[in-house]
Design a protein around this ligand. Structure first.
Ligand code: BEZ
Length: 211
């Protein structure tokens, strides 16, 4: 069965452009993003990998480690790095796993046979410090991802893991959040001293509590 939210992210050992990675040990207490791309030396993947390198400081700020994977070899990844730099101006600053035997791809269900028998789709797994899967996204090979959206989701995941709140449609860090319906108004007054406004009994907004 496909990996689902709340499942433990499968552990593995694999070679990467930064040496051997023991995945859970490498994650340590950090959040993590494991993302697949279909193939080295392809156009959309080149833009995506450069973009993730550009955003690395933003992932660092969020205590989030990033790692990529495709079914190519580490040697292939290494020979592609210069192209990524030429095309995007970004030197890779995170590891890329080699997965010629599909070990990681199969553990994470990254090959969707009705899309391609051999190539990984564009999967994203966000993993919490408890090693549980917090978010999965799957895009086809033809569509590059929006990694700013993944930063936005991490902001929401980290906030909602610390406070009894959820984030509304299109929420961005710094905007008002929703108080969990399980918290009654009296408890909400205590837990959210900045106050709240009630739109419906089940929809109450409060300023972001960690700001
Ligand atoms: C790309 O990155 O452009 C790509 C990779 C594999 C299949 C199709 C497109």
């Amino acid at each position: 069965m496909a990996l689902q939210l709340g499942d433990i992210a499968p552990d593995f050992t694999a070679d990467s452009t930064e040496g051997t990675i023991h995945f859970h040990e490498w994650l340590g207490d950090s959040w993590g993003i494991l993302f697949s791309h279909p193939k080295d030396f392809t156009p959309v993947c080149t833009t995506e990998l450069g973009e993730v390198a550009r955003l690395k400081a933003e992932f660092d700020k969020r205590n989030t480690k990033v790692i990529g994977v495709s079914v190519d070899s580490v040697a292939s990844h290494e020979s592609w790095l210069q192209d990524i730099e030429d095309a995007t101006g970004q030197r890779l600053n995170y590891p890329l796993l080699g997965d010629e035997d599909h070990k990681v791809a199969d553990l994470y269900g990254m090959i969707h046979p009705n899309a391609s028998d051999t190539l990984t789709v564009r999967s994203v797994f966000v993993i919490g410090p408890d090693k549980k899967v917090k978010l999965t996204i799957t895009y086809p090979a033809s569509t590059g991802r929006n990694f700013e959206e993944i930063l936005r989701v991490i902001d929401s995941l980290q906030l909602t893991s610390d406070y009894s709140v959820s984030t509304p449609v299109n929420w961005r860090d710094g905007e008002d959040v929703i108080i969990a319906p399980a918290i009654d108004d009296d408890a909400a007054k205590e837990r959210f001293p900045k106050g709240f406004r009630t739109i419906k009994p089940y929809l109450r907004y409060t300023p972001q509590p960690n700001r």
